[in-house]
Design a binder for this molecule. Structure first.
Ligand code: G3P
Ligand code: CA
Length: 263
């Protein structure tokens, strides 16, 4: 069985502030196969990499991300809250790569400049809040970067993920050849393991679900699906998912997973 792909969840987000350029570049340096990021829309329609609906936990701003323009968000500090954020020259101000808002465009630019193959898992957050806009803008941006219709030899390969079957359906309508992941926190009653909805071939169960349902990963794989599990940070969880034969591990600590895989 092939070793699983290792994806850095929000970058190397155990060590550095999540969703910052520094966290993603660290993950690439560590040898991660891919990067995971969440996207949501600003008030003026830009896709930004922020997990929470509100700014309060990961920046010095307050209130809803969706209530601010990109220019307003660009004035905020997204790194000082994390103990891993450091100044470029020791005592000076924090390095911008540790503090600046990351837009999806900035992340795509960095990934394309990396000069090595990178898989990018983009999760659309709370799509019902924005109507169809998140998926429409995401696919338009990917198309502008030449990433919406993947080829087997493309160095950068994008997969779009969501907990929302509706969002997955929209992505498949807008970009039918773009791979998608249906994320699962629980097992919905309507879900048929052998046939994920809308042609999706990758399931993304959380580690708590995998712990509670030991047969889930083998059943999904036996039905021809791939399985990416999140967020696998602890050694015992890593052993569990490796024994289950997963195809992808999404972790805040990619170096730890790569070390275990002797890569
Ligand atoms: O990779 C999927 C995982 O990120 C989903 O949960 O809350 O960390 O976005 P969350
Ligand atoms: Ca996510």
């Amino acid at each position: 069985m092939a070793a699983p792909l290792v994806f850095a969840h929000r970058g190397s987000s155990y060590d550095l502030p999540e969703h910052t350029l520094a966290a993603y570049l660290r993950a690439l340096d560590e040898g991660a196969d891919g990067l995971e990021c969440d996207v949501r829309l600003t008030r003026d329609g830009h896709l930004v990499c922020v997990h929470d609906r509100r700014l309060d936990r990961t920046s010095n701003g307050h209130g809803l991300v969706s209530a601010r323009t990109l220019a307003e968000l660009d004035t905020l500090d997204f790194g000082s809250w994390h103990p891993g954020a450091v100044a470029a020259d020791g005592d000076g101000p924090l390095d911008e790569s540790h503090t600046r808002l990351l837009t999806l465009e900035r992340l795509l630019d960095a990934v394309l400049a990396a000069g090595r193959p990178v898989r990018l898992l983009i999760e659309t957050k709370h799509p019902s809040r924005y109507g169809r806009d998140v998926e429409r803008r995401l696919v338009a941006l990917l198309r502008r970067y030449g990433l919406a219709e993947p080829g087997p030899d493309d160095p950068v390969r994008v997969t779009v993920m969501s907990f929302s079957p509706l969002a997955v359906r929209r992505i498949r309508e807008l970009a039918p050849t773009l791979p998608t992941v249906l994320l699962l926190e629980v097992l919905p009653r309507w879900l048929r393991l052998g046939r994920l909805p809308f042609g999706t071939r990758i399931a993304g169960p959380g580690i708590a679900l995998v712990r509670a349902r030991p047969q889930l990963v083998p059943a999904l794989r036996a039905a021809g699906n791939q399985v990416y599990v999140w967020t696998v940070n602890e050694p015992e969880d890593l052993e569990l998912v490796l024994a289950a034969g997963v195809d992808g591990v999404i972790t805040d600590r990619p170096a730890r997973a790569l070390d275990r895989l002797a890569r």
